[in-house]
Ligand binder design. Structure first.
Ligand SMILES: [Zn+2]
Length: 115
């Protein structure tokens, strides 16, 4: 009696795969691990903006929890050929990163603003 429930390895890895990534400020679901993607061969990138502030960003194919804040711009783009738009948390409006678009598009989300 009282045999502890056994974990199914398949289930737990599937759960990790689908794990939600949340806004660090308000806890809204921003994206999921399965949306993680690589750009130029890397998931994480580090950049400085023109003001000299360093950002570590992680790339995702989709981020349904965000809302775009600005019109697309090619100025100072970190990814040549891509235009960027600022994206905010759709709920608390924290700046979470950028949407980069070209023929395809991806989100670069600021690592420290996600949890
Ligand atoms: Zn938020």
């Amino acid at each position: 009696m009282g045999r502890p429930p056994t974990a199914h390895p398949g289930d737990s890895s599937k759960k990790r795969e689908n794990e939600a990534i949340l806004c660090a400020v308000c806890g809204t679901e921003i994206t999921r691990r399965q949306q993680a993607t690589t750009v130029n061969g890397r998931h994480e990138h580090a950049f400085f903006n023109p003001a000299g502030i360093a950002f570590e960003i992680r790339c995702f194919r989709a981020a349904p929890g965000t809302t775009p804040r600005s019109a697309p711009s090619a100025e100072f783009t970190w990814f040549p050929g891509y235009r960027w738009q600022i994206v905010l948390c759709a709920v608390c409006h924290t700046h979470l990163g950028w949407l980069f678009s070209n023929d395809d598009s991806f989100y670069g989300l600021i690592a420290t603003r996600l949890t």
